[in-house]
Write a protein that binds this ligand. Structure first.
Ligand code: ADP
Ligand code: ASP
Ligand code: MG
Length: 401
């Protein structure tokens, strides 16, 4: 019998009716002769609500306790789904990350999976049960419950599939991976297939349909990931190894990231030691910096800007205090009405002129950009959020996405 890992996201298990529908979908697959491992996220917006509660207690809640709190969301959905299987006459068991043998390391709320001890999962599969595993969570070497970062249930599912050496199916609230988020650009095209590299890049640049680490794991262990809509039977998107049939276009997708906080440190005395001090301080607070820019020196001073996640705004306030103690003349400002748009495509490795094309599209539409960064297969631009829709529409149309 083949093992299949299926993962259902928050919207797909958002109500009791939806949980029942998911159970029926899994049963159909089991009846075709498969052993089923099902990973689920917390119901609907449960994780957001739990985080809001924590923030009412403290603007910067203790991270171990935050993991303890948010991991409860998935425990509700695994229990309810497993109950549904029992109700429909199927043997099933729900397992927390710990019970499923998911071991993690790293910082609380941002852990990575180090290994999975499959003994328990395999034992229950052997007994004919549908095994329902809580996504997003694991256990660290101290025996503490940990979580894998937002969207981490995808990672749980792909990691399990990698260890079980089977296909991973990700079911969600859209029909697959599109060239652009279909909720922002309704004319976006669904992709039949996309390479791991392009999907990783799109995910890391804001295409929330898949979690980046999950795609990385799929790539590393060569696990095909099928993304499709939970309800209905429409054909979705296969994330797999790059092959020549995918080589139709230079640009495969456009991603949008609204989680951008732009920090500008004004009036920094122009010495490389000062710039190093700023980024040392940022590094010590575990802040992941994205884009960096600096103005030309004027009267011996420069302004330094960088972007990070809005989640880091508390730490930024701490950093501002520490920096001002060292360099009293600086002024620090934060801008949050910023969006990052990125064009992604493996074809860009061989083709030049994409950046110029995008600059022209921005110019034709009176859109100012603030920063630009490039990788081998993407170019990203930060712009004012107020220009976002105009920029998405213009780019998607001109680049035929
Ligand atoms: P789930 O709860 O199932 O994990 P997510 O909200 O994490 O669902 O991911 C699905 C959402 O991803 C869609 O509703 C869609 O708005 C968004 N999305 C962003 N970029 C893309 C894209 N390129 N293709 C498809 N969906 C995208
Ligand atoms: N429930 C978690 C979140 O909302 C994990 C997930 O949905 O994948 O981020
Ligand atoms: Mg998700």
């Amino acid at each position: 019998m083949a093992v299949v890992v299926q993962k259902f996201g928050g919207t797909s298990v958002g109500t009791i009716e939806k949980i029942k529908a998911v159970a029926k979908k899994v049963i159909e697959r089991k009846e075709q002769g498969n052993e089923m491992v099902v990973v689920v996220s917390a119901m609907g917006k449960t994780t957001d609500s739990l985080i809001s509660m924590a923030k009412e207690i403290s603007p910067n809640p203790n991270k171990r306790e935050l993991d303890m709190l948010v991991s409860t969301g998935e425990q509700i959905s695994i229990a309810l789904l497993s109950m549904a299987f029992h109700e429909y006459g199927y043997n099933s068991i729900s397992l927390t990350g710990f019970q499923a043998g998911i071991k993690t390391e790293g910082h609380h709320t941002k852990n990575t999976i180090t290994d999975i001890d499959l003994r328990n999962v395999k034992k229950h599969l052997k007994e004919g049960k549908i095994v329902v595993v809580a996504g997003f969570q694991g256990i660290n070497e101290n025996g503490d419950i940990t979580t894998l970062g937002r969207g981490g249930s995808d990672t749980t599912a792909v990691a399990l599939a990698a260890k079980l050496k089977c296909i991973c199916e990700i079911y969600t609230d859209v029909e697959g991976v599109y060239s652009v988020d279909p909720r922002v650009y309704t004319k976006a095209k669904k992709l039949d297939a996309i390479s791991y590299e392009e999907m990783m890049e799109m995910a890391s640049l804001g295409a929330g349909v898949m979690e980046t680490r999950a795609v990385e794991l799929g790539f590393k262990y060569n696990i095909p990931i099928y993304v499709a809509m939970t309800h209905g039977n429409k054909v979705g998107t296969m994330i797999k190894e790059y092959d020549e049939t995918m080589e139709g276009k230079i640009i495969t997708g456009l991603t949008i990231n609204d989680d951008v906080l732009m920090i500008t440190v004004n009036n920094v005395e122009y010495k490389s030691r000062n710039i190093a001090l700023i980024f040392d301080m940022v590094g010590k607070h575990n802040i992941n910096i994205d884009m960096i820019s600096q103005t030309a020196p004027f009267e011996g001073h420069v302004n330094v800007s960088f972007t990070c996640s809005k989640e880091d705004s508390y730490a930024i306030a701490e950093i501002a205090k520490a920096l001002q103690a060292e360099m009293p003349q600086i002024e620090l400002s934060q801008e949050s009405e910023i969006a990052k748009l990125s064009v992604v495509g493996i074809g860009m490795m061989k083709q030049s002129g994409v950046a110029a094309k995008v600059f022209n599209i921005f110019a034709d539409n009176n859109i100012e950009f603030k920063q630009v960064t490039t990788s081998e297969i993407s170019i990203s631009y930060t712009i004012n959020s107020s220009d976002k829709q105009k920029a998405v529409d213009a780019l998607a149309k001109a680049l035929e996405l």
